[in-house]
Design a protein around this ligand. Sequence first.
Ligand SMILES: C[S@@+](CC[C@H](N)C(=O)[O-])C[C@H]1O[C@@H](n2cnc3c(N)ncnc32)[C@H](O)[C@@H]1O
Length: 253
Amino acid sequence: MAMVRSAQVYADFLLPFLTAQDHLVDVGCGSGELTLELAGFVGRVMGVDIDEVEIADARRRASRLEVTNADFHVGDAYSLRLPSDHVDAVFAHSTLEALDRPQDAVAEMKRVLKPGGMVAVASVEYAGLILAGPHPELGRRFYEIRERLWQLDGADPYRGRELRGLLLGAGFVDVVATTKCISYGKPDTVKEFGLGRAEDCTDDWFVTSAEDHGLASTEELAEMQRAWLDWSDSPTSYAAFAWCRAVGRNPSP
Ligand SMILES: C[S@@+](CC[C@H](N)C(=O)[O-])C[C@H]1O[C@@H](n2cnc3c(N)ncnc32)[C@H](O)[C@@H]1O
């Protein structure tokens, strides 16, 4: 079973700004993994995602973990069903890269924040990939395919570098942008990373899209899968990925 991503690793840039009374909104919360982690740091957290399957998963996860201060709603990042000046903090992890109008989504986050409230966004940055170990050419090829598929799907693998500009462009103040490398450099993390990528090579969406767009053949994907399995066991393997983050404050009038 995949390890749960912790708030201390993935939302560390937001944690210093949270209090036990805060009302936090997680925009594009997916299946609620980080939302439910964040529930332990605030009074109340609301997860919003456009995908009802993800929201159903998040609700099940909340009930399994017996988290009672989190609720989940199907909703759109461009028009959150919340009044203006309403919440203390907004978080969006791996969401802005999935949107074709990130500036509009950030403006909507600002609308729902109380004056003085904090926004915290994180996005992957594909220029920040470090990869070592066996089959380097197949590893690179895998990421080229993934990057192209993301772009064809309307996502931007290079959104991370834009976060500071997006927050300043929306009128946030005290904006600070940083980058954190998440590293896979121990036997257990290398294994998890390699097995995850091997699984991606058999994922329905990845396989069908790669084949439909003529980016890779079935044989090539099978070869990539074997390469990742091999990679997951090698003492020379190492991977790191850059996550760009930015925080900003909604100015007080
Ligand atoms: C890569 S996932 C990230 C999930 C979660 N934040 C995390 O880090 O685990 C991106 C999420 O954004 C959601 N999403 C995409 N467009 C959206 C929109 N317009 N409004 C709300 N959510 C959206 C997707 O359904 C997906 O669950």
